[in-house]
Design a protein around this ligand. Structure first.
Ligand code: AMP
Length: 504
């Protein structure tokens, strides 16, 4: 079976020359056009010096050209490294310093800020805008087709996606052609995707969900996408009658339910709604089913492993669970400290093994070793339980990861910045239930005696250094943080006493 990601996607997508993607402004590309654009992009990258294994970093808005850049990087034998568009200059500088990409591509408006970042690391700098603007867009128009994709094997790297680190150090998850392809194949089968599918795609493409789960699955099935620049409920409602499937984070579903236009008739043509990246509440699952007749299919995965489990396509989609291990993927629950495998019904850390699991963290061999058991199982850090029917449920996160609007926020990173503000004694950052974002980032801050700082001062002090989604949505000034006898801050207590902070 084909192990090269580009070759597999290209042959599956172009088997029929059909519309690969349409954007809400009426633009569309066929699969033949998209793969021609990708091959031209590969030629450009090679001309810019990209050699097999070289990284191509991109902090760009969502566009059809952005997909061509992803595919083109892989065709050039390179390693695609997408970056969240919300990252600040300082954050991008860290990733560029760590990954040492051959090329950095940014949105044209950020040129001035990011040119010095690229030159510092001797990366070639290009721009790509969402309106077919930028230097790379121009090069794509001028480049000739006919590029022969560089041969790469299944165990060669295709992408590095950074995850946040609890200790403040972000880690690059190294994903191979075979990792991505095996998962896309499993999802096409498990979710019954075919060339007749039209996927409503409103997710960002710098994250595993939008880039791999959605885009790879659609292309590998030979289907097409309604490719939205972002999640705009009105645009989504306008396009749902043309869609057969949608993938989203729980926030999408909450926002759609807030709109009276969401009816059974509107989604009559849709066969599948998928949710993931954060827990979907039982209430949203129930309300959505009542309103539309669709039981949302919840699945579970992470950057390092691609998708791990999914509720069944045909069987019961049980809310509050993330379903069964995908075909070819093994899941077990173990005691976090010892790795002893636990029984049905016992809560422990979720561990995974299979062709979907990444190769380790970029240039962090010790960190990689820590997260794998000796027998090759990857320790996810999520706490879960498997019931007697085999359904997996996630009961919490071992680390205090916050997921706000589907994006991960690690408290340690935010705390470190707050603690650095003159006059701050200490801080604790937790996620509190938020009706729109799932969790809202909340900071508890204790000041040094005699200091008078307001919430707004703290907000302002961290705003320049943190992507917006990581910035606290509420700040509470407290006299002291609750600690246990061992001196550890009691975050659970903070969550409990302030659980209603975002309740309208
Ligand atoms: P990321 O690497 O950004 O995809 O985040 C992965 C983490 O998101 C996992 O380790 C889980 O903690 C969480 N996650 C993903 N899907 C779900 C889900 N369906 N329910 C609960 N948590 C989820």
């Amino acid at each position: 079976m084909e192990q090269n990601l580009f070759a597999a996607l290209q042959s599956a997508a172009t088997v029929r020359d059909r519309t690969l993607a349409t954007t809400p402004d009426g633009r569309s590309v066929t699969s033949v056009e998209m793969f021609s654009m990708a091959r031209r992009c590969a030629r450009v990258l090679v001309e810019l010096g990209v050699r097999p294994g070289d990284r191509v970093a991109a902090q760009i808005d969502k566009s059809l050209e952005a997909i061509a850049l992803y595919l083109g990087t892989v065709a050039a034998g390179g390693v695609f490294l997408p970056l969240n568009t919300a990252y600040t200059r300082q954050e991008v500088a860290f990733f560029v310093g760590d990954a040492e990409p051959r090329v950095l591509v940014a949105t044209p408006v950020r040129s001035e800020e990011l040119v010095p970042v690229a030159s510092e690391e001797e990366a070639h700098f290009e721009t790509l805008g969402a309106q077919r603007d930028g230097t790379l867009a121009q090069r794509l128009v001028e480049a000739e087709d006919g590029f022969e994709p560089i041969a790469r094997e299944g165990d060669d790297l295709a992408a590095i996606l950074y995850t946040s680190g609890t200790t403040g150090r972000s880690k690059g998850a190294m994903l191979t052609h075979a990792n991505l392809l095996s998962n896309a194949r499993a999802l096409v089968d498990y979710w019954h995707f075919t060339g007749d599918d039209v996927l409503l795609h409103a997710l960002p493409i710098f994250h595993t969900h939008g880039l791999f789960v959605a885009t790879n699955t659609s292309m590998l099935s030979g289907g097409s996408m309604l490719f939205h620049p972002g999640f705009d409920p009105s645009q989504v409602l306008a396009d749902l009658p043309r869609a057969t499937a949608m993938m989203g984070v729980p926030t999408f579903y909450t926002r759609l339910l807030a709109r009276p236009e969401l009816t059974r008739e509107l989604v009559a043509h849709v066969r599948l709604f998928v949710s993931g990246s954060a827990p979907l509440s039982a209430e949203v699952h129930r309300e959505f089913e009542e309103r539309t007749g669709h039981a949302i299919l919840e699945r579970y995965g992470m950057t390092e492993t691609n998708m791990i489990t999914s509720n069944p396509y045909d069987g019961e989609r049980r809310s509050g669970t993330v379903g069964f291990p995908l075909p070819g993927v093994e899941v077990r629950i173990a005691e976090p400290e010892t790795g002893r495998v636990l029984d049905v019904g016992e809560i422990g850390v979720i561990e995974v093994r299979g062709p979907n699991v990444f190769q380790g963290y970029w240039r962090l061999p010790e960190k990689t070793e820590e997260e794998f058991r000796d027998d090759g199982w990857f320790v996810t850090g999520d706490l879960g339980v498997i019931d007697e029917r085999g359904y997996v449920s996630i009961v919490g996160r071992e680390k205090d990861l916050i997921i706000s609007g589907g994006f991960n926020v690690y408290p340690a990173e935010v705390e470190a910045l707050i603690d650095a503000i003159p006059g701050v004694a200490e801080s604790a950052v937790v996620g509190l239930p938020h009706p729109d974002f799932g969790e809202g980032v909340t900071a508890f801050v204790a000041l040094k005696p005699g200091v008078s700082l307001g919430e707004a001062d703290i907000e302002e002090a961290v705003a320049g250094d943190l992507a917006r989604f990581k910035q606290p949505k509420r700040i509470f000034l407290v006299r002291a943080l609750p600690r246990n006898a061992m001196g550890k801050i009691q975050k659970a207590e903070l969550r409990e006493t302030h659980s209603g902070a975002f309740v309208p």
